[in-house]
Write a protein that binds this ligand. Structure first.
Ligand SMILES: Nc1ncnc2c1ncn2[C@@H]1O[C@H](COP(=O)(O)OP(=O)(O)O)[C@@H](O)[C@H]1O
Ligand SMILES: [Mg+2]
Length: 227
């Protein structure tokens, strides 16, 4: 098991009271799974993604990521776990505009203390995986939205993360670029990547092999989707 969440609750303080956002969430992810978590706006998707991605810690409950309890980690420990174990893909790409594709992709390895020549070789390899070997020296403003998202996916996989975590990965794309991103996820899944994506879109969620639903902070489902 790569990821085990047990009775996870998340509250946000609101003045003197609090908002109870996630309610007794349980989730298991095994190596190689391809999961979608689907839910409407305000249901708690981003809150859950922030916990899974070690950007935040739960108010109560246990979260074990590849054998390590996350709930008790401090900010420095969380940053290191994120760098080593999680590849993030965001709706709006989050590329650095003044860096070309190769340097954007190599960036996580810089924080991981990898040598420069190896950083460049691994970034080039990741760009090849996403079909952008011809665009390595292009800057984000010279690439289409779909190409930018593929650069972001290359950056997410370059460190060989335990988990690829995507928040509305096609939300900013036209339908044909969105389709390419879904094809790429399918290829990564076939090569063994563990993928968890969060979406409000049923047409995107159906690409995953297992679909969970979140509604008002309660997670349910885990029924097999297209398999
Ligand atoms: N920092 C915060 N402080 C207070 N309430 C928050 C905060 N972040 C999110 N919420 C509330 O938690 C609920 C879930 O938000 P969110 O996880 O962003 O949902 P989604 O991503 O599914 O749209 C919403 O009601 C939202 O208002
Ligand atoms: Mg959200």
């Amino acid at each position: 098991m790569i990821l085990e969440m047990r009775n996870i609750n998340k509250d946000y303080p609101m003045g003197r009271s609090k908002v109870h956002v996630l309610k007794n969430v349980n989730l298991n992810v095994r190596e190689g799974e391809y999961i979608a978590i689907m839910g409407p706006s305000g249901s708690g998707k981003t809150t859950l993604m922030n916990l899974i991605g070690c950007l935040d810690v739960p108010t109560s409950g246990s979260y074990v990521l590849s054998g390590q309890e996350i709930a008790a980690c401090n900010d420095n420990q969380l940053a290191e776990i994120r760098n080593k174990k999680i590849g993030f893909v965001f709706q709006s790409f989050h590329l650095l505009p003044k860096m070309n594709a190769l340097d954007n992709v190599a960036l996580p390895l810089l924080f991981g203390n990898v040598r420069k020549s190896e950083r460049r070789a691994r970034a080039a390899e990741a760009l090849k995986t996403v079909g952008l070997e011809e665009r390595m020296t292009f800057f984000p403003d010279q690439l289409s939205g779909g190409q930018c998202q593929r650069v972001a996916i290359a950056r997410a996989i370059v460190g060989k993360p335990t988990l690829l975590l995507a928040d509305e990965p096609t939300g900013a794309l036209d339908s044909s670029s969105g389709k390419q991103v879904m094809e790429l996820f399918e290829q990564l899944h076939e090569k063994g990547s563990t993928i968890l994506m969060i979406t409000h879109d049923a047409n995107i969620a159906k690409h995953a092999k297992t679909v969970y639903h979140i509604f008002d902070g309660v997670l349910s489902g885990g029924d097999s989707g297209s398999e």
